[in-house]
Design a protein around this ligand. Structure first.
Ligand SMILES: Cc1cn([C@H]2C[C@H](O)[C@@H](COP(=O)(O)OP(=O)(O)OP(=O)(O)O)O2)c(=O)[nH]c1=O
Length: 191
């Protein structure tokens, strides 16, 4: 059987691939996450996913390697992971009572060839009071997440509606990824 490697330290991506019944190992990459400034948000997530996948693929020539990157885009501004509490607070204030997009890029690399794709999910937040934002900061959830929230946790309280793939918000567009993996002969274990 071919070896399948998830090039990610994200516990969410691991859980999603497990949920889909893949057998895989994990190797994290240590890329600097630097991209050229003229790229569009969808190009940014695809490029970062490519860098993560290729960094791990380099030392695993016979494996199929999957890398991924998630960002939030609000009013044409890219929101990544907050660097501190103030930045998390600012992001949540910005997202309050509006639509934003969650973009996840995925790269699959094998034998020096890489394909990339991305998925966009539109999320609408309830209007948030400053008390609600402070309470959410107290949960600690914002700090390792793009846009400073996790829809799969207490952050569900913030979300009024979503349009698109829920799993994409959590960190991996699972349906699209499963379909693309078929081309690499990587399949879930069904029984
Ligand atoms: C919007 C949102 C993001 N996130 C997470 C998914 C990603 O883990 C994280 C965005 O950071 P990423 O840089 O995409 O990923 P990562 O650093 O966690 O892991 P790695 O680079 O090793 O693959 O935000 C949620 O868990 N829930 C959400 O609702």
């Amino acid at each position: 059987m071919k070896s399948f490697i998830l090039a990610s330290g994200s516990p969410r991506r691991k859980e999603l691939l497990q949920q889909a019944r893949y057998t895989f190992s994990i190797q994290t990459s240590d890329i600097d996450e630097i991209v050229e400034p003229h790229l569009t948000p969808s190009e940014v997530v695809c490029e970062l996913a490519r860098q993560k996948a290729e960094a791990v693929a380099k030392t695993n020539q016979d494996a199929v390697v999957l890398g991924s990157d998630t960002i939030v885009v609000c009013n044409d501004q890219i929101l990544g992971k907050p660097k501190d509490q103030n930045e998390a607070r600012e992001m949540l204030q910005r997202l309050s009572d509006r639509d934003h997009s969650v973009l996840t890029g995925v790269a699959i690399s094998e034998k020096g060839e890489t394909i990339t794709f991305f998925e966009e999910t539109v999320v609408h937040f309830y209007p948030l009071t400053s008390e609600e934002i402070e309470q959410y900061l107290q949960t600690g959830e914002p700090f390792d997440k793009a846009g400073s929230y996790g829809i799969q946790g207490f952050g569900a309280y913030l979300v009024q509606s979503i349009s698109g793939d829920y799993n994409n918000v959590v960190g991996l567009p699972l349906a699209k990824t499963m379909r693309e993996l078929q081309a690499f002969h990587i399949y879930p274990t069904i029984q």
